[in-house]
Design a protein around this ligand. Sequence first.
Ligand SMILES: Cc1ncc(COP(=O)(O)O)c(C=O)c1O
Length: 397
Amino acid sequence: MVYTKEYFDVYQERRGTGSIKWDGCSEKFGVDSQTEMIPMWIADMDFRSPQEVTEAVVARAKLGSYGYVRKDEAFYQTIVDWVKRRYHWEIQKEWIVFSPGVIPGFNIAIQSLTRPGDGIIVQTPVYYPFMEAAERNGRLLVENPLIEENGQWRMDLEGLEELARKPENRMLILCSPHNPVGRIWTKEELWRLAKICAENQVILLSDEIHGDIVMKGQEFQALNAVAGQWMENTITYYAPSKTFNLAGLQTAFAIIPDNAMRETYTRGLNANRIFNINWFGGAALKAAYTRCDGYIDALCQYVDENMDYMQAFLQERLPQLKMEKPQATYMVWVDFRGTGMSTEKIERFIVEKAHIGVDMGSWFGKGGEGYLRFNLACPRVTLEKALKQLEKALQTV
Ligand SMILES: Cc1ncc(COP(=O)(O)O)c(C=O)c1O
């Protein structure tokens, strides 16, 4: 199918479908169910998945019985081909380990490859399940905050080197591209990070789930296409879920090149009996990874234009809010500190006055204070409505 702007322009009311983003919004933000919130939080898209994926899922649904599923040869080969074609990294089938999600995957990595009390390094502000994974598994959360200068974010590699030298710090979780600041890490940053981790025996988990959603003129760098000489020290996570809006199908995978590490990790999975793929997930993954490149191109262009639209709106009408266009992801990280409100007030304002559900900066750890994360994977009409609501609400503070 040929994908055009019109495919993404369609407004789909997802209230009443069981969507967390829509039906869970009032509860999440503590407002009564009569208040109509615009849901721009949680990372799923208000766009339809590719038609090819829907057809594959419908064909599976029509089989009419939904028992246990075996991952066939084609499942693994599709992933090998995809990783080579899209990320320029040649992997072997044996390195692929299925996971029902990226988050469960790195929880298993923490449980099986580190011990209670070990330090897990994260680069804040960062996707908050990274921090929860460390803490909920009884590990020590070690923050290596990113450095921000005039809206540009970079890694603190000197600080990281110091932390990595401490023997209790055993693992780092990298977000690449970075959610929420939208950075695509450069080859040099990735190379230096991988080297620091490998030389200090800090296992490097690279969450590359957002790697397909890149803005105009940008190119995603997969860690091991850049720093492959240290790949035995890494676990990389991918999933079709963000790119093709399949999060509800719970299908992701880890790539673990080192045999011993993979065996230990797999024992951790087996201990939790996590090995059954979803009835629909494999078929959806195969369709998405073989027939939907045109969807990705059109999606990225649409999101890119949403970013430009929002940036122009803020510059012209709400200059107290600062946003840098992200290099990747469909999320935008907006600095509200220029409003003069405290973090707490900003986070109440967006819900109670603007009626928009967003991810709060304070959820993302150090450096997130005063920011809000908006999900721009929505039709332009939704974005226009949200920005008008925001403008009106700001006139009252
Ligand atoms: C960086 C990052 N990793 C992982 C996930 C979720 O992965 P999964 O649903 O496969 O557990 C998200 C979703 O927002 C994300 O932003």
